[in-house]
Every structure is written in C-alpha cells, then in structure tokens.
Design a protein around this ligand. Structure first.
Ligand SMILES: *Cc1c(COP(=O)(O)O)cnc(C)c1O
Length: 229
C-alpha cells in the first residue's frame, strides 16, 4: 500500500492536472487533508510531507489531536457542524471554520473570541443538495445570512463551503458546485470583492469541484485511506 506521503503526492498531481484541464492555475487550489478518524501519527506523516492544516469534523476529536500534537506546527480546520456549546473550543483552537451555519453560532464564537486577541476565518456552509442530513443554510438564505454576519467583527468571512449531493450522477454533483460558485459571485458583486474561498470537493468529486471553481478541496480517503468507524 502507498504511504501517506505517496498518496499526497499523487493526489496533488491529480489536482494540478484537473486545474490545467479547467484552464486554472494549480496555485489557486489548496489541498486540505481531512484527518478525521485517523491517528495523530498519520497527521505527523502528512506534516512531514509539508502539510500543516488538517480538516476535522468533530470538535472533541480536534481538541484531543490538538493537545497530542502541541508544538508540532499543526493547525486544524473545523469542517463539521458545530454545536453552540462547543464554540469556546473552536474559538480557542481552530485555525478556520468551514461550517458556519447559524447566527447563534456566530454570536457564540464572537463572544468566545473577545479577549483572546484572535480572529477566526469562517466559511458559510450552504446546503446545495437540499438533503435533510446535510447542514448549511439554504441557497436562497445565503445572501441574508452573509449580511447578518457583518456585526460579528471577529469572524472573517472568507467564502462558502458545501458538500455535493451523494449521487453517482455527475451532473447532479456539478449542479451543487455551480450553485455555490454562483452564490459566491453574487456576494462578491454585492460587496465589490472578497468571498474568495470556495471549499468544495471531496475524494469522490474533487475534479468536478475544481472545474467549477473550488479553491479548497477537502480530501480524507484519497489521502489517508478508508476510515475505520
Ligand atoms: C469527511 C469529510 C470530507 C472528506 O471526505 P472523503 O470522501 O474521505 O474525502 C470532506 N468534507 C467534509 C465536510 C467531511 O466531513
């Protein structure tokens, strides 16, 4: 079996190729390795290959790994739904939050960030697939949600995040990514800039996401192998 370093190199080369096919500069697309359910030693292997930021979907798991890896130059992006009562840990530990989906959470994060001297880069998660099981604001709510975030000045709204529909239908997957890119363009037009980040694309669909403008692809299985639950 390939090592984590070999998988990272292979998947990065594939991202670069997908960029070239889409007429995009590979430097525009960031690979975020998703380490959920994988060990701290796996994270260390990826760190040795040059990756310093890792995606985790559970705050508790992130906090445990953060403690175990303290001083090793590793940061975490929270990519899963966050309960308001976990806001303190996110404010203290996370380098980024990709799954902001309620004003209540924004309020709780702002309160916890006050006094820390930190600001938190956030992405608004949009539920582009309309699947019940997925979190995120509805596409038709995204603009109002973005406006409602403005008072929370310790949150830096950088862009949008989505998970595409679970489907083998590539057109349906592409439609989700197209929706997110369209919402981002509208926000950017309204604000005269900003909203650069489009976090979209996972192991099964990242090439489609890149074709539709992804700036961050979140890859778990393609980097670390299958998860053992
Ligand atoms: C687990 C997860 C990923 C990575 O999934 P893979 O299919 O293993 O690449 C990406 N984004 C989110 C929000 C996740 O929870």
């Amino acid at each position: 079996m390939a090592s984590i370093a070999e998988r990272l190199a292979a998947v990065r080369a594939d991202i670069d190729e997908a960029c070239r096919e889409a007429g995009r500069d590979p430097a525009e697309v960031r690979l975020l390795p998703v380490s959920k359910y994988h060990t701290v030693d796996s994270i260390r292997e990826a760190r040795a290959a040059g990756y310093i930021l890792f995606g985790e979907n559970k705050v508790q798991e992130m906090a445990a790994k953060h403690a175990a890896l303290h001083g090793e130059g590793i940061g975490f992006a929270v990519i899963g739904h966050v309960q308001t009562n976990k806001a303190r840990q996110v404010a203290e530990i996370a380098a980024e939050l990709h799954s902001l989906d309620s004003i209540r959470l924004a309020e709780a994060l702002q309160r916890r960030l006050e006094g820390t001297g930190r600001r938190l880069p956030v992405l608004i998660q949009v539920n582009t697939s309309a699947e019940e099981a997925k979190s995120g604001v509805r596409p038709d709510e995204a603009a109002a949600f973005a406006a409602a975030l403005r008072p929370y000045d310790l949150l830096e709204a950088r862009g949008l995040m989505t998970m595409a529909v679970n489907s083998p239908d590539r057109d349906a997957v592409a439609a989700c990514f197209r929706t997110l890119a369209g919402l981002r363009d509208a926000l950017r037009d309204a604000d005269g800039g900003g909203w650069d980040e489009l976090s979209m694309g996972m192991s099964g669909d990242y090439r489609i996401a890149i074709a539709h403008g992804a700036t961050t692809v979140r890859l778990g299985t393609a980097v670390f192998g299958p998860r053992e639950y």
